[in-house]
Ligand binder design. Structure first.
Ligand code: SIN
Ligand code: MN
Length: 271
């Protein structure tokens, strides 16, 4: 999938692109069908919410489950990012964010590159998130909130919040958010399951809690230019990967084509 000149221009200005219904309901069903078996496991890669058993994040889903391994090499996700970064990519991080009905907790305002630099010594913001909605995302179930254009300010001062949720995050203070929003506003891209978002690693974003009766499952691939690989291995391997092998994209029908197989999954055994 190739981005047009207009899309490249929009991405440069806003720091994100939205592709409603890029994947079909059949393709999303292949992934959603795997979720109960993954969530039922108790293993270090699965982080639960602070006050409940609800799944907040599954790290390294592409090393645990074959359908998610295919998604991690899907041309619709890999090619546009490779086009923007102009280089081969490796998987820095892979997350299934549950944001479960009633229990899904907030993600405070942050930039992903802030964490990747502070914790992992990633040299430059030459990495990008690409996200696909497994459920419909609407105004009620905690959509992602973006501040358009905020990627242009570079890496902001952040403080390590170890208390608000079950997952430590480098977060941005309210005064800075106020100033950024004055300039760029806030957008909340919403759409059916199968919609895809691509966003700059310095784009300021967050999401509020999900008090609706609808799950908001979103999968995130954090793809990094190979030459920009992390230099520090402080966090567990399943959170900040050390395999810098360039990703080779699979055929476009890989999710629904049973003949496409990935059998070498290092974390596939249920823990
Ligand atoms: C993130 O920023 O890493 C997650 C935000 C969300 O899933 O709402
Ligand atoms: Mn983030």
């Amino acid at each position: 999938m190739k981005l047009t000149a207009q899309q490249l221009q929009d991405f440069d200005r806003d720091g994100y692109l939205f592709f409603p219904s890029l994947f079909s309901p059949d393709e999303m069903k292949v992934l959603l069908d795997q979720i109960p078996a993954i969530y039922s496991q108790h293993r270090p890669e699965i982080i639960r919410e602070k006050d409940s058993d609800a799944v907040r994040t599954v790290f390294a889903g592409h090393l645990i489950n074959e359908a998610f391994a295919k998604l991690g090499r899907h041309p619709r996700m890999i090619e546009p990012v490779a086009q923007v970064l102009g280089e081969d990519l490796y998987m820095h991080q892979f997350k299934i964010n549950g944001k479960c009905a009633f229990d899904g907790d907030v993600w405070q305002w942050h930039q992903d590159y802030g964490t990747w630099r502070a914790d992992d010594e990633m040299p430059q913001p030459r990495a990008m998130n690409v996200a696909v909605f497994l459920d419909e995302v609407n105004e009620f179930n905690g959509p992602l909130l973006f501040i358009p254009g905020s990627h242009k300010v570079g890496t902001l001062e952040a403080s390590h919040d170890l208390a608000t949720t079950s997952y430590p995050l480098w977060t941005i203070d309210n005064r800075t958010i106020e100033q950024l929003v004055e300039r760029g506003g806030i957008v909340a891209p919403r759409g059916p399951a199968g919609s895809m978002l691509m966003f700059h690693s310095c784009l300021v974003h967050g999401s509020s809690s999900n008090m609706s009766p609808w799950n908001r499952t979103i999968i995130y691939l954090s793809l990094c230019a190979v030459s920009n690989h992390i230099r520090r291995f402080k966090r567990p391997e399943y959170i900040a990967h050390r395999d810098f092998t360039p990703i080779v994209a699979l055929p476009d029908d890989c999710l629904t084509n049973a003949a496409v197989r990935i059998t070498d999954l290092p974390l596939s055994k249920a823990a």
